[in-house]
Design a protein around this ligand. Structure first.
Ligand code: UGA
Length: 443
């Protein structure tokens, strides 16, 4: 009999995982404690923008015409306990208020509820990003005869569906190598493994660490290139050329070397902080002191963007000056504005008296909710109308495809600051714009 799978927590990770498991052929039941989310998902929709996810849901959610009917959603723990052979825990672990450590309350609550209903012989699989040592503690909360495995997730927002269906690696932390938990997960992931995804089996602490180590490395790569941008700015170099040149060395690699306003989102910033906090608890804080520097290089970029805008406006105050901000989300192809460098910069300029107008292709609603006092425009053209300076802060394709001449005609002063090093500088300059980017010569 095919395994029956439940997915607990239907945010980014859970909703995508549930749909992917149905796509792989399993019967899937997703649970969330928020009834509105369950209602939305049951109609094949998601509360966020993620390319391809609604199509995949529509293909499998029971009750939708033409669907396989393999995917259902519920708020009932009893139903989940009775249904599942394998339970994936996908709830989120945000940063605690006023602390670096991560908030484990959703994970703890999910395990407590699950422990009360799980069937003997079932497997619980943790996917949430947790501090090392959590899996061992959580295993102790489960009843006798129920195994735990830790299976971190590496999906990127904007590519969640493809990253889940064809992961570049599957990492599985188990207590006993080769035992039932490992065998069950080999069965769950037989299709992607058959298509070439490496399957790495580790102990619990290693599996938990793989996730935080990977995100720390990515954050380090971005802050490294941003540190080089600072030096380039002082020395008159060009960080984009520098990144291109060092990226040809395949030991370094060209990816994640795009200098600009830095990293944001719900993962990288909070993961490096939680990792530092955990290292402190383990008595090895020195091992991760460098992450503090990675964090401050990153946060400094936002301030530098504000200063660059001030400089092009004459070096004094923002009072009464009109600033257009293109982009609100922390990256393109997402509507996620959590810890977004773009909104952070917009907010700082607004607080200093600037009249800021933001436009983003998908993030307007979330941005408005978070920063209701900023100005918002319905199109990029409207945001730029009358602007003394334009800030490009999220690299949406739509912005690369804008017509600089059309925008120059409506801007009060054609000055653009490219905070993502993603626009074609020659095109903008040819249309009469003063184009400046972070870590690059003024030309
Ligand atoms: C990140 C990781 O890339 C995923 O592998 C991981 O699964 C996920 O966190 C998670 O922990 O759940 P994500 O937060 O979706 O994924 O975003 P990234 O694509 O990593 O981008 C993070 C930030 O770095 C964005 O603000 C992006 O604009 C910025 N970035 C990225 C740069 O500033 N420069 C670059 O060269 C690349």
């Amino acid at each position: 009999m095919a395994l029956k799978i439940t997915v607990i927590g239907t945010g980014y990770l859970g909703a995508t995982h549930a749909a992917a498991m149905a796509e792989l052929g399993f019967e899937v039941l997703g649970l969330d404690v928020v009834p509105e989310k369950i209602e939305l998902l049951s109609s094949g929709r998601v509360p966020m923008y993620e390319p391809g996810l609604e199509d995949l849901l529509a293909k499998h959610v029971a009750g939708i015409e033409g669907s396989t009917g393999r995917l259902r959603f519920t708020t009932s723990w009893e139903e989940v306990g009775a249904f599942g052979d394998v339970h994936f825990v996908c709830v989120n672990t945000p940063q605690k208020h006023g602390e670096y450590a991560c908030d484990m309350s959703y994970v703890d609550a999910a395990f407590a509820s699950l422990a009360a209903v799980v069937r003997e012989g079932a497997l619980v699989v943790g996917k949430s990003t947790v501090p090392v040592g959590s899996a061992e503690r959580l295993a102790g909360l489960l009843p006798e005869g129920v195994d735990l495995a830790w299976n971190p997730e590496f999906l990127r927002e904007g590519f969640a569906v493809q990253d889940t269906l064809r992961p570049d690696r599957i990492v599985v932390g188990v207590q006993d190598f080769g035992a039932r938990a490992e065998k069950t997960l080999r069965e769950v992931y037989a299709v992607p493994v058959g298509q070439g995804s490496p399957f790495v089996v580790t102990d619990f602490p290693t599996a938990e660490l793989v996730k935080t180590a990977a995100n720390s490395f990515l954050a380090t790569k971005i802050s490294f290139i941003n540190a080089m941008a600072e030096v380039c700015e002082a020395a008159g170099g060009d960080v984009a050329k520098l990144a291109e040149a060092i990226g040809h060395d395949d030991r370094i690699g060209a990816k994640f070397l795009r200098a600009g306003v830095g990293f944001g989102g719900g993962c990288l910033p909070k993961d490096i902080r939680a990792f530092m906090a955990r290292a402190g608890e383990l008595g090895v804080d020195q091992a991760l002191t460098f992450l503090r520097e990675i964090d401050s290089i990153n946060m400094r970029r936002r301030g530098q963007m504000v200063e660059m805008a001030r400089e092009v406006l004459g070096g004094n105050s923002f009072l009464g000056r009109r600033v257009a901000v293109l982009g609100a989300t922390f990256k393109p192809d997402s509507d996620d504005v959590r810890d977004s460098p773009a909104l952070n910069v917009a907010g700082q300029i607004h607080l200093q008296g600037g009249q800021v107008t933001v436009y983003d292709p998908k993030g307007m609603e979330n941005a408005r909710r978070l920063f209701p006092t900023l100005g918002y425009a319905e199109t990029a053209l409207d945001a730029v109308r009358g602007a003394d300076v334009v800030l490009h802060l999220t690299e949406w394709r739509e912005f690369r495809e804008l017509d600089p001449a059309e925008l120059a005609a409506v801007a009060s002063s054609p000055v653009i600051l490219d905070g993502r090093n993603a626009l074609d500088s020659e095109l903008w300059r040819a249309a009469g714009w003063t184009y400046r980017a972070m870590g690059r010569p003024r030309a």
